[in-house]
Design a protein around this ligand. Structure first.
Ligand SMILES: C[S@@+](CC[C@H](N)C(=O)[O-])C[C@H]1O[C@@H](n2cnc3c(N)ncnc32)[C@H](O)[C@@H]1O
Length: 169
């Protein structure tokens, strides 16, 4: 999905939101983006990347800065009680014609059974509402069994999105 998103995006500054092990950060670097890797727990740093070791909630999102925001397996981890505020500040940090890519978890995701988990699960219409000021280029629902980072196989229900910010907000 990131490969496709990169094809839509103009080269410029990219935000790897929840960059984790920096796999996508490296890919974006290789494609000529100036990358900011945002994560509360970056375990290593790499050259030519602006590492922001900060929570999603506390990050100072620059206005209309990025041509691409990539949030792979990261949007669901925004704190529930701060989600609306973080989401608004996040999408305002995209430039006009910028591309947003990433995924949300659906209600059939196995983690949705743990009601006390601080993870967000969305229905498709809720995702469409979050993207209502965007042009949706791709919204794909997937369900599959796959190991987690902890190596336990679990049921995944995800919505993969690529959207373009054509309006100025
Ligand atoms: C499931 S991992 C995804 C990592 C990477 N994007 C990938 O696809 O491999 C989620 C990442 O989000 C980070 N994260 C979760 N909640 C966060 C928060 N509230 N603020 C900042 N980072 C957070 C975690 O540290 C983790 O690296």
């Amino acid at each position: 999905m990131l490969i496709k998103a990169v094809e839509y995006a103009e080269k410029g500054r990219a935000l790897d939101f929840g960059a984790g092990g920096l796999r996508d950060t490296r890919y974006l670097l290789s494609k000529g983006f100036e990358v900011t890797a945002l994560d509360a727990h970056i375990v290593k740093k790499i050259e030519n990347v602006n590492h922001e070791i900060c929570s999603f909630e506390e990050f100072n999102y620059p206005i209309r800065e990025y041509t691409l925001i990539n949030g792979q397996f990261a949007f669901p981890f925004i704190a529930k009680d701060k989600f609306d505020d973080v989401w608004e500040r996040l999408i305002q940090s995209l430039r006009v014609d910028g591309i947003l890519s990433g995924n949300f978890f659906g209600l059939n995701n196995a983690w949705a059974q743990h009601t006390n988990a601080n993870i967000l699960f969305h229905k498709q219409d809720q995702i469409e509402t979050l993207l209502q000021r965007f042009t949706i280029l791709s919204l794909v629902e997937k369900e599959y069994e796959r190991p987690t980072a902890m190596d336990e196989t679990k049921h995944w229900h995800v919505f993969e999105i690529i959207a373009k910010k054509e309006l100025d907000f």
